[in-house]
Design a binder for this molecule. Structure first.
Ligand SMILES: Cc1cc2nc3c(=O)[nH]c(=O)nc-3n(C[C@H](O)[C@H](O)[C@H](O)COP(=O)(O)O)c2cc1C
Length: 203
């Protein structure tokens, strides 16, 4: 008698799971998102603004890379990382922020092999037309060289620049924003990029 009560309970639990409402499924997708992190650095706040748009669109907490422990990065499956460009035409340390030391001193000590990494950044395509968002290219190259799976490349359409170290095979290496000249496009660009990352299966 006791056994059959248990069987009835188990059957009804299985039914509840099989016909779970959308909200149950949404909760499990939130759990997956917990393995993603959003990290940025900034000098004058523009990259922080764009990180804010990405935080709103993803539900992730944005963190200044200077405040993050190595172990936190190591635990994540997906990293969204963003930097401005300040050191014009530099080969290395292009962002003028915490990333400059992080990429060369910290990244080599963290195993990012196989992690999904999407890069974003801010630049000024009018005043620095030949070097638009070069630091995004540096983030891309160093994470890629460390074995990460790079995702989130975007079209160069609707930008007006001459050159960029953030171009890869005719595309931008990630989400590029220009808060100096196209600030009104950044939020929609960020939202569209998050949808793209979801479509690529990394969020
Ligand atoms: C001295 C200086 C150098 C800059 N160099 C570049 C550059 O090489 N490429 C670029 O796209 N933007 C360049 N910029 C523009 C900044 O990257 C842009 O304003 C960005 O939005 C700043 O982001 P932040 O506020 O997050 O620091 C430069 C700006 C200044 C003042």
């Amino acid at each position: 008698m006791k056994l059959s009560t248990k069987m009835v309970a188990a059957a009804s639990a299985a039914r509840a799971l099989a016909f779970a409402p959308t909200s149950y499924q949404a909760r499990s997708s939130t759990a997956l998102d917990a393995s993603a992190g959003l990290f940025y650095s900034t000098q004058t706040g523009n990259t922080e603004t764009v990180a804010g748009y990405l935080a709103d669109a993803t539900g992730l907490e944005m963190k200044d890379i200077g405040d993050v422990k190595d172990s936190e990065i190591a635990e994540l499956d997906t990293l969204i990382v963003g930097a401005p460009t300040w050191h014009t035409d530099s080969e290395t340390e292009r962002s003028g922020t915490e990333w400059d030391s992080w990429l060369y001193d910290t990244l080599p000590n963290i195993d990012v092999k196989g992690k999904n990494v999407a890069v974003f950044g801010c630049g000024d395509q009018q005043s620095y037309s030949d070097y638009f968002c070069d630091a995004v290219g540096e983030l891309y190259d160093l994470f890629e060289a460390a074995g990460a799976n790079m995702v989130g490349l975007t079209s160069t359409d609707d930008y007006d620049h001459q050159g960029s170290k953030a171009e890869r095979d005719g595309k931008f290496a990630g989400l590029l924003c220009d808060e100096d000249n196209q600030y009104d496009l950044s939020e929609d660009r960020a939202k569209a990029w998050v949808e793209q990352l979801k479509g690529e299966g990394v969020l």
